[in-house]
Design a protein around this ligand. Structure first.
Ligand SMILES: Nc1ncnc2c1ncn2[C@@H]1O[C@H](COP(=O)(O)OP(=O)(O)OP(=O)(O)O)[C@@H](O)[C@H]1O
Ligand SMILES: [Mg+2]
Length: 319
């Protein structure tokens, strides 16, 4: 089994780090900001936010989200944030923690939680500017989406930077999360940061940072062609190739829905929904999406070339 290794340094993303820095500076001056970090799976949303918050001076960071729950468990992705707020602002503890939640009979229970969360955020931010990170909003339940929507407005006049990450390919216009993102992006203190694939030179820098060896132009070209500048897939290809000088051979590239760049189209690669990878492996169409599963399918095809076009919808135009 191959092992994926990440670059110790953040490659590229200077403009995005500068934008986040400017947003934090605004927040530190009491002008709350909301930044929506968007991009395909594996493009580096989490990495950007983690590297940025690790360097953030004079700010307290509370992070949550990133949990792909099968059921709509209310507030589960942000439970850690609520617990931290309750710890930092004990007066709000009663309203924020599940064990203190009122019974079903209280019609204002959810409203009280929103009010307690906003009060706690303001109180904690009054001590030290606050960076709130909510990862992977596309997986969030309706209650968490409601809380994010409420806080996004509540932070405006406070020293708070709210960072929300979301996968671009999950933004199907029919989904409530897409409606929410659209609404949030229109707030006057909001900004959308859409992460693009890494450039050719950045892919070379990523490989060098991972392997310690500057890649040949040929290897870089292969990686750019096959992973289209996506850092996660570049790492996977390197790990599957096992040595810095090799890139796995395969005949057809499989990509999750929404990840075909114009560069890929030009280079003749074809995109397939990730669920096909799951179907190829398991025989079932998936009801849910999991990066690990579709990566397995994609890797299997990348490494062994055993993707069987006959099992595909031939209307997809396989080349
Ligand atoms: N700019 C970068 N420099 C170095 N490594 C990067 C960069 N961007 C991403 N990576 C690496 O690529 C991998 C995937 O990145 P990350 O998990 O941040 O993607 P993501 O956009 O959050 O994906 P998902 O939507 O699945 O959460 C990680 O191992 C990360 O360290
Ligand atoms: Mg992520």
């Amino acid at each position: 089994m191959s092992r994926r290794i990440s670059s110790p340094q953040l490659i590229g993303r200077a403009a995005e780090v500068a934008a986040l820095g400017a947003a934090l500076a605004d927040a530190q001056r009491g002008r709350g900001r909301l930044v929506l970090v968007e991009g395909d799976a594996g493009i580096g949303k989490t990495r950007l936010v983690e590297d940025f918050t690790a360097q953030a001076d004079r700010a307290r960071v509370l992070a949550g989200g990133g949990i792909p729950l099968a059921s709509d468990t209310p507030y589960a992705p942000v439970l850690g944030i609520l617990q931290a707020l309750a710890r930092l602002h004990p007066a709000a503890a009663g309203g924020l923690l599940p064990q203190e939640a009122p019974g079903r009979a209280d019609p204002f229970g959810p409203t009280r939680l929103l009010a307690a969360a906003a009060d706690a955020v303001r109180a904690v931010a009054a001590q030290t500017p606050l960076v709130l990170v909510v990862e992977d909003l596309h997986w969030a339940d309706a209650s968490t989406r409601g809380l994010v929507s409420f806080l996004a407005r509540a932070v405006r006049e406070n020293p708070v930077l709210l960072l929300v990450t979301v996968r671009a390919e999950e933004l199907d216009p029919a989904r409530p999360v897409s409606v929410l993102i659209g609404e949030l992006a229109r707030l006057p203190h909001a900004e959308r940061l859409v992460l693009a694939p890494l450039e050719h030179a950045e892919v070379a820098a990523l490989v060098e940072a991972i392997t310690g060896v500057a890649p040949s132009a040929r290897l870089t070209g292969q990686l750019v062609q096959r992973a289209a500048g996506n850092p996660f897939f570049t790492e996977e290809l390197l790990a599957a190739g096992r040595t810095p000088s090799r890139c796995p051979r395969r005949s057809v590239t499989c990509w999750p829905r929404g990840q075909r760049s114009s560069r890929q189209q030009d280079s003749g690669c074809w995109v397939r929904p990730r669920c096909w990878a799951v179907r190829c492996l398991t025989g079932y169409w998936p009801r849910w999406r999991s990066r690990r599963i579709w990566t397995m399918g994609w890797l299997r095809q990348s490494v062994t070339g055993c993707w069987n076009p006959a099992t595909m919808d031939t209307g997809s135009g396989i080349r």
